[in-house]
Design a protein around this ligand. Structure first.
Ligand SMILES: Cc1ncc(COP(=O)(O)O)c(C=O)c1O
Length: 352
């Protein structure tokens, strides 16, 4: 699965959309460039999203578009990025991009960052003098943790790197800079022969993977760390919570000790890129029976049925790009509040 030194493993990218949305218009992929002295390159001043568009019988369908764009706007707000874009405009731009891409499935990447005003350049840490630039690109992306991972699960380790603390780099913002921490976790895992690393928070409780939230199954109960464990409020995580509610599976937010990972019946990651990926070992300790457990399989099956448009979602989760009306409000169940602590609901409920 990995090259010997772990360095060459990456997700397959069969196709890239040849246009990019930039500040309200479409430009060629080759023209989507920045100056090397841009603020973002030196000081990490970007926020972004990762959104999947699935192939369905009714055409391409973007998964939870409005919730992703709402999180994008939240991240921009946290970092005082005063841009002109609205939720509807960015949703429409994403839909237009998918249409122009002519791909029936893809991964959509909106990004907002501090650029460089070449006529009045500013090079200090102070971000305010630097203009903002907003782009949305798209590409076809394979299975993030490997093709077999969805069924067989992945071998992971607990990282020696801790997740960010809430008062240093807010994990609830999806900022580019946070992914320096993710890179430390990911590189350590790969170089030690693991597919992914799980970071603990600064208190030593389980936080999340470098690019995924984590769920633990014990008996017939599903547990996941709360926002206070320095996690990104994952949209797939929220989807899993709502799917569990539909399936009658009890799901709770709980602080989780590292050792609980070893004795769990099942573990799985959730994320836009990773989707629902079972974890079969942690630190070379086999989890449960060492493969995809029955509860994980049930949740995963339901998730893929929904993303393929084969089964109605608990909310208005799919935006069909052929008949998109992105501004139509969802049915108010966009984000689950029942199983969540209020702090989680607070960040995501806006888009309902
Ligand atoms: C650090 C981190 N945690 C969790 C997630 C999962 O979030 P989502 O399900 O919204 O993709 C991601 C992926 O975006 C991530 O990068």
């Amino acid at each position: 699965m990995f090259s010997k030194d772990g360095k060459h493993k990456d997700v397959k990218t069969p196709r890239i959309c040849d246009v990019v949305w930039h500040d309200g218009e479409f430009i060629n992929w080759n023209d989507a460039r920045v100056h090397v002295m841009s603020h973002v390159l030196h000081y990490g001043s970007s926020i972004f999203e990762g959104i999947r568009c699935y192939s369905t019988k009714q055409g391409p369908a973007i998964f939870r578009l409005r919730e992703h764009i709402q999180r994008f706007l939240n991240s921009a707000k946290i970092y005082r990025m005063d841009h002109p874009w609205t939720l509807d405009q960015l949703c429409d731009a994403s839909v237009d991009l998918v249409k122009r891409s002519e791909m029936d499935q893809c991964y959509i990447r909106p990004i907002l960052f501090r650029s460089l005003d070449e006529e009045h350049p500013a090079f200090g840490v102070n971000p305010f003098p630097n203009p903002l630039a907003c782009y949305i690109g798209a590409w076809d992306w394979g299975k993030y943790l490997g093709d077999e991972a969805i069924e067989q699960g992945v071998d992971v380790c607990v990282s020696t790197w801790n997740r960010l603390t809430a008062n240093s780099m807010p994990a609830m913002a999806k900022s580019g800079a946070n992914y320096m921490n993710s890179q430390l976790i990911k590189m350590e895992a790969l170089l030690n022969g693991f597919a992914e690393g799980i970071a603990l928070d600064d208190r030593g409780y389980v936080s999340e993977g470098s690019g995924e939230n984590i769920f633990l199954v014990t008996g017939d109960i599903v547990l996941t760390p709360p926002l206070s464990s320095s996690i990104l409020p994952g949209i797939t995580r929220d989807s899993v919570i709502q799917i569990c509610e539909e399936l009658g599976i009890t799901v709770k937010e709980r602080t989780i000790q590292r050792a609980a990972l070893y004795v769990a019946d099942e573990l799985f990651f959730s994320g836009t890129a990773a989707e629902i990926t079972p974890i079969r070992s942690v630190d070379r300790i086999t989890v449960g029976q060492g493969g995809r457990g029955p509860i994980t399989e049930k949740i995963q099956k339901r998730f893929f049925e929904i993303t393929k448009g084969e089964r109605p979602a608990p909310g208005n989760w799919l935006t069909y790009t052929n008949k998109a009306n992105t501004s139509s409000p969802s049915d108010g169940k966009s984000f689950s509040t029942a199983a969540l602590e209020s702090e989680t609901a607070a960040i995501i409920v806006k888009s309902a």
